[in-house]
Write a protein of this length. Structure first.
Length: 303
């Protein structure tokens, strides 16, 4: 297997912190994302490499194995077990003690120990099957995209994976796709693919779980006298009636006008509307006079 320098792929060095790795990954994942580079095979390949590098270096255990074993990091556990349990060598085979660091010759010895060649006793490991590595990927979507169930295509390790994304998926949510990770060893099962959703809010609403929140301006006269106003929902506008004397920060609930509940078809959260009463600016002299008259009436208790 050819050695792949994951640090070079992410354009960082071996002393980089987890935060450095995260920043580098996000920057390059956006740069080479298939949605931004349609029909660009080179960008597709780069995107795959960036995901693979992040999958290893963002995991402390995998990174430790990679730093120690290089291209053979996936088999680190087998190497260590073989090094600890290897039988006494016969003939002219090497008798190096286990030190935790290996040369190419040491790797060869350990493989011989595991699979029964090179002068070592066969350990029976040749029949063991090992699961492939798990992969991680991010899928960037807009909030308006996940209001309805939709299909997306991910390219991972050269494979196109067609996903059905249920409405209501949340930012940061991760789903597992079984069998779409790295290939197994000795006929073992493939690893799994973990897809994390990164959702950008492109709407004027605030989302909390399945509920949505929005602020709506109401002019002073409508708040005082009552009337009808237009309120936005995520699917369009609706008209609401205001009672006379509506106060600032009054909150009303529109049942079922929120966000779809994940994997519960036909079920929705609620929309909470907060009224923000606007005080008029730059009033005319006539308006000022009328407000003064109203103030006097209230002071005298006549209204």
């Amino acid at each position: 297997m050819e050695f792949i320098d994951y640090y070079k792929i992410l354009e960082i060095d071996k002393n980089s912190s987890p935060e450095d790795i995260k920043k580098a990954y996000r920057k390059l994942a956006r740069k080479y994302h298939p949605d931004l580079n349609p029909n660009n095979k080179e960008a597709e390949s780069k995107f795959k490499q960036v995901n693979e590098a992040n999958e290893v270096l963002s995991d402390p255990e995998k990174r430790k194995k990679y730093d120690q074993y290089g291209k053979d990091w996936k088999h680190a556990e087998e190497f260590e077990k073989a090094g600890q349990r290897q039988s006494r060598p016969r003939g002219q085979a090497s008798s190096k003690a286990y030190s935790g660091h290996y040369t190419e010759e040491d790797f060869s010895d350990f493989f011989s120990s595991m699979f029964g060649g090179g002068g070592f006793q066969s350990s029976g490991r040749e029949n063991l099957k090992y699961k492939g590595a798990d992969y991680k990927a991010e899928l960037h979507l807009r909030l308006s995209d996940v209001y309805q169930t939709q299909k997306q295509t991910l390219t991972v390790d050269g494979k196109n994976i067609r996903l059905t994304i249920p409405a209501g998926v949340e930012d940061g949510q991760t789903i597992k796709i079984r069998g779409y990770g790295g290939e197994g060893m000795n006929g073992g099962p493939s690893g799994d693919l973990y897809v994390k959703f990164v959702i950008k809010n492109d709407t004027g609403f605030v989302r909390e779980g399945n509920d949505l929140y929005v602020k709506v301006n109401v002019d002073l006269y409508t708040a005082i006298l009552g009337g009808e106003i237009t309120v936005p929902t995520i699917t369009g506008k609706v008209k609401l009636k205001l009672s006379a004397g509506t106060q600032n920060d009054t909150k009303v609930r529109l049942k079922g006008k929120g966000f779809p509940v994940y994997k519960e078809e036909g079920k929705f959260g609620d929309l909470y509307v907060t009224y923000k009463v606007e005080i008029p600016k730059n009033i005319t002299e006539q308006e000022k006079s009328l407000f003064e008259q109203l103030a006097k009436l209230r002071d005298h208790g006549t209204i």
